[in-house]
Design a protein around this ligand. Structure first.
Ligand code: DNO
Length: 398
């Protein structure tokens, strides 16, 4: 695999040089300062390339060009935004970057309730507490008819929890959920969040899926022409949130969208940490079946704390948690071999150690939540060890 590392640009407290020392071979980044819906210019892309090069690596993959709410709802300026998206692809191609990750989650990108939850060792992990989340939905956001989305006992538990919450806790929850996590395109105050949700009235799963397919019918041919690859990140967590539809939570979801625009440029960001929260997603089997279209892998592990889904979970160490990481990597390595035999140029699949717990000096560095230096270094080291073992000529997979 090609081991790359997410870098948020000059504001990132973990430098490109740190990434190189951690063993990363390249960088995945985005122009987070460019407003959603606006085309990326060649100059801005070059500037970021130079910033990455100054640290000794290359910018190899984009995560993400944000997809605007107008595109997702097909309202307002959506046509202009699609044109801007295509233009960004053209400028990236000119700069030699050919793989682009994106997501189609309405309103909220990834969502957690705790950004620095203390584990027994004193490490800090990201966590999603279902009861806190429901308490936020019912009592902070006060979403119309929200109680209908949850079983009665959960409503009661969440109501009790809310009654015991301090003002600080409520403010923190609102920030974590509404204001967005690193890499999210937009953040919202509570009022803005209500307005953003209102845009989705009348948009259910089918409509949103059709909007994604229409979007892909526009951008995939452009990517094809430019010899680029697009890869859709799954829903995190993989179920509907705040009454919003989610359409990339399961294998079938992906298959529907991949088949609808059946081109290699229409691909997958296989995020084990997102998809792995659902007990009904068999990740190694999903990798095997979606393999030819996987252009990027996010490798991280989660541990479910409650049965079924939706559920509470936290981000465990890369080799712990509910996902069989060795089986996932074995499936990715098998796909690389298949590609090599087929003569595909992309026979090395991009992967990044996704997230990491904050450990040791991470605890005082104050990097982006989920993106510490040492926690990710540890993850990468473990993942590389597995890959090297599995590909060893004498001891690896036959
Ligand atoms: C979280 C990330 C996501 C991801 C986007 C892709 O850590 O995996 O924010 O970058 O969903 O568009």
């Amino acid at each position: 695999m090609r081991h790359i590392w997410r870098w948020f640009g000059p504001i990132d407290k973990v430098s490109v040089r740190d990434a190189a020392q951690a063993g990363a071979e390249g960088i995945v980044s985005a122009l987070h300062h460019v407003p959603t819906g606006t085309a990326w210019t060649f100059e801005e892309i070059r500037k970021r390339q130079d910033e990455v090069r100054a640290g000794g690596l290359e910018w190899e993959l984009v995560e993400s060009i944000p997809v605007s709410e107008s595109i997702k709802t097909m309202t307002g300026d959506w046509k202009a935004h699609v044109e801007a998206w295509k233009e960004s692809l053209r400028q990236l191609a000119k700069a030699g970057i050919s793989t682009v990750c994106y997501n189609f989650m309405p309103v909220l990108d990834w969502t957690r309730t705790d950004l620095r939850w203390e584990t027994p060792s004193g490490a800090r992990a990201m966590r999603f507490d279902l009861v806190d989340f429901v308490a936020f939905d019912l009592h902070v956001l006060q979403r119309w008819n929200a109680t209908q989305d949850y079983p009665q006992d959960l409503v009661e538990t969440a109501t009790k929890r809310f009654a015991e919450m301090t003002g600080d806790k409520i403010a923190m929850l609102s920030r974590n959920i509404g204001a967005g996590l690193p890499g999210s395109a937009d953040g919202y105050s509570i009022d803005e969040l209500r307005t953003a949700l209102a845009r989705y009235e009348g948009i259910g799963v089918e409509k949103l899926r059709n909007n994604l397919i229409d979007f892909l019918s526009e951008v995939v041919p452009v990517a094809d022409e430019l010899d680029m690859r697009l890869c859709a990140h799954g829903d995190d967590p993989p179920w509907p949130l705040l009454g919003l539809p989610r359409i990339l939570s399961t294998e079938q979801d992906y298959v529907t969208v991949l088949d609808a625009v059946d081109r290699p440029a229409n691909g997958v960001t296989f995020c084990t940490g997102s998809l792995g929260v659902r007990p009904d997603n068999d990740l190694p089997a999903m990798v095997r079946r979606l393999a030819p279209r996987i252009h990027f892998a996010h490798l991280r592990n989660v541990r479910r704390e409650t049965p079924g889904f939706p559920c509470s979970f936290f981000e465990d160490q890369h080799l712990d948690g509910n996902t069989d990481m060795i089986a996932v990597i074995a499936a990715l390595v098998a796909e690389e071999r298949r590609r090599k035999a087929e003569g595909r140029r992309d026979d090395s699949i991009f992967m990044r150690p996704d997230h990491g717990q904050e450990i040791l000096e991470d605890l005082t560095r104050g990097a982006q939540p989920g993106y510490p230096a040492i926690g990710r270094l540890k993850g990468l080291a473990e993942l590389r060890g597995i890959e090297q073992t599995l590909t060893h000529p004498a001891y690896g997979l036959a």
